[in-house]
Design a protein around this ligand. Structure first.
Ligand SMILES: [Zn+2]
Length: 593
């Protein structure tokens, strides 16, 4: 299997600035030496996600995740280590050499992207066939312009079972890539094309690369209206918003985004000048979508279909957006009409007017959620449903704001609503908090903190300090497994002239929890004095702890020992007692400056 060389990894790591890369995903602001922003990996209203530019690492002090630039890409793009290298290289314009192009698993991402690019070209070319020409004029009739069709690379899959298959079989791609690209389906008669006789909407990632397709039927029939690419190494549908690659600049400029349900809704709005639009693609609105949007704006308008299903889906999406700290509104569309038809028939103005008059989530929920608010029971049911959603908002300030608006729209005192909310939250949290307590107290024990201190000392500038640790530490003294594993990785760097580079060490750590832990530990390392005295004290206390523990165990053993072994154990105990007495001797010639 082809692999990526150490030099290549280093070239990509040192060639990609973590601040620049993260800015493509998160709005971060400089405060002092570090940058801060809202974490893209968990839900928050106050920024605890920090980036240290000097050290080229990130750390979220809310959810704990941390690492270097490559780890950031792995987490946010959901890629393997090697694929993240390729992704970053491409993103930062760094040329890298892969030992065998199209050879092994390491370039699967690259192969899948190229396959999609070529497939997209074939789908566009298919407009030139006789049946394709009909589809093209069908699209024009539906109100799309030639420019829109071109801009979003719409295409057509012909009525054949193996058009793509035949094409790609003759190419240089690995069978693994062809299997994983999602363009083919395995049937009893062998592989066939997934998309047959459909309008094709290519789905792009935020940088504009085609990562999946959605195929729609063009005349009413009994077969499924949409066929979509399955999840692949480059496509995770709950993480993708259709059209974002074209809209993201508009969203940033206008400081708001309109979310619609369908591809035609998106295209119709975009071409009529409502450019800050995105569509969910082939799935319901998810937490991931809310997080993705937060990279660009917190101000969201939901424009879902005006039918029953659309209304219910909009309410759901609205509460998800609230949970993620968005300021979310829902448009009141005319009954039983979708944004595509509406804007096609009446132009963009009524739609823009509806944006101005849109409702907040609670109001919309109350007025459209099948409650009879004039009846007490209807009101009660609405409050119950709304509180269930509000209880999932983690940020206390934001939760309180929702309670205030709920109280005022249903005319029930805030106190009563709080009481009900607390009941809901308490019953949900009872189990969780019990679980947490024990692990926190375990982590905070002083001996663990001492071992953390040791790990920090391995990164100080002074080679003498690091050598002292290298020469004296017995690995048995480290009792926390994850710290022992970290030490194993750091150990070989202790004797080198320069201190270990954090972002390089982070790359060597396979376990995400360990990596996050280390980046937190070292995030503000400049503030930590690493003197010889500190290292010496740390080593002495670690050894002391180790010996005392051993002493206790041996005395326990003594109580249950048969006569035969008693002398051995007593011997061992006295050796330990002597070592404890002499523990500082071996550091006598260590200068404490
Ligand atoms: Zn976080």
């Amino acid at each position: 299997m082809a692999r990526i060389s150490e030099q290549t990894i280093e070239k990509v790591r040192s060639g990609s600035d973590i601040v620049e890369v993260i800015q493509g995903y998160v709005q971060i602001k400089q405060r002092g030496r570090n940058f801060f922003g809202l974490c893209p990996f968990h839900n928050e209203k106050t920024p605890s996600f920090s980036v240290n530019s000097d050290k080229q690492i990130f750390k979220c002090f809310g959810c704990g995740l941390g690492g270097g630039v490559i780890n950031f890409i792995m987490e946010i793009e959901k890629l393997e280590f090697k694929d993240s290298i390729i992704f970053l290289a491409e993103h930062s314009g760094i040329e890298i050499e892969l030992s065998q192009s199209y050879g092994g698993a390491n370039d699967i991402v690259q192969q899948l992207l190229t396959i999609h690019e070529q497939a997209s070209k074939i789908f566009i070319d298919n407009f030139n066939t006789d049946s394709g020409k009909k589809i093209y004029s069908h699209l024009l009739k539906r109100g799309l312009t030639k420019e829109t069709i071109k801009m979003f690379s719409l295409g057509y899959s012909v009525n054949e079972t193996q058009q793509l298959l035949k094409y790609f079989q003759d190419q240089k791609y690995s069978s693994d890539a062809l299997l994983k690209c999602g363009l083919f389906v395995d049937t009893k008669k062998g592989y066939i094309d997934r998309f047959k006789s459909r309008i094709i909407f290519p789905i792009h990632n935020p940088t504009g690369k085609t990562i999946a397709f959605s195929g729609r039927i063009f005349k009413d029939s009994k077969i499924a209206k949409y066929v979509n690419s399955p999840e692949t190494p480059i496509y995770h549908k709950s993480n993708v918003l259709y059209g974002l690659h074209e809209s993201k600049h508009h969203i940033r400029t206008l400081k708001s985004a309109v979310v619609v349900e369908g591809y035609f809704d998106y295209l119709q709005l975009f071409q009529s000048g409502i450019n800050n639009v995105v569509a969910i693609s082939g799935t319901a609105f998810t937490d991931k979508h809310a997080q993705l949007l937060r990279r660009y704006t917190n101000n969201i308008f939901l424009a879902y279909d005006g039918d029953k299903a659309g209304i219910a889906a909009a309410i759901k999406a609205g509460y998800i957006l609230l949970r993620h700290g968005h300021d979310a509104k829902i448009l009141n569309l005319p009954k039983d009409i979708d944004p595509d038809d509406w804007v096609h028939k009446e132009g963009a103005d009524p739609f823009k007017e509806a944006m101005k008059n849109s409702s907040n989530i609670l109001d919309f929920h109350m007025n459209n959620g099948q409650f009879d608010i004039s009846e007490e029971s209807g009101k009660f049911n609405f409050i119950e449903e709304a509180l269930n959603e509000i209880s999932q908002i983690n940020d206390s300030v934001y939760r309180e704001l929702q309670i205030q608006s709920l109280s005022s729209i249903v005319q029930v005192s805030e106190n009563s609503i709080y009481e009900k909310l607390n009941n809901i939250i308490n019953s949900k949290n009872r189990y969780k908090s019990n679980e947490k307590k024990s692990s926190v107290s375990e982590l905070k024990s002083s001996i663990n903190l001492l071992q953390e201190e040791l790990i920090k000392l391995c990164f100080v500038k002074d080679l003498n300090v690091r050598s002292l640790i290298f020469n004296h530490l017995d690995k048995n003294w480290i009792t926390v497994q994850k710290l022992e594993e970290l030490y194993d990785i750091i150990y070989i760097h202790l004797k080198s002239e320069h201190p270990p580079i954090v972002s390089i060490i982070l790359n060597e750590i396979k376990d995400s929890e360990e990596r996050s832990f280390l980046s937190g530990l070292l995030f503000d390392l400049e503030d930590i004095e690493g003197s010889m005295k500190m290292a010496k004290d740390c080593l002495i206390r670690l050894e002391e702890h180790y010996l005392k523990n051993k002493h206790i165990n041996l005395r326990e053993k003594l109580k249950s020992e048969t006569d035969k072994n008693i002398n051995d154990t007593i011997n061992e105990i006295s050796i330990i007692e002597n070592s404890l007495k002499d523990i500082t001797l071996k550091y006598d010639d260590v200068k404490e400056i």
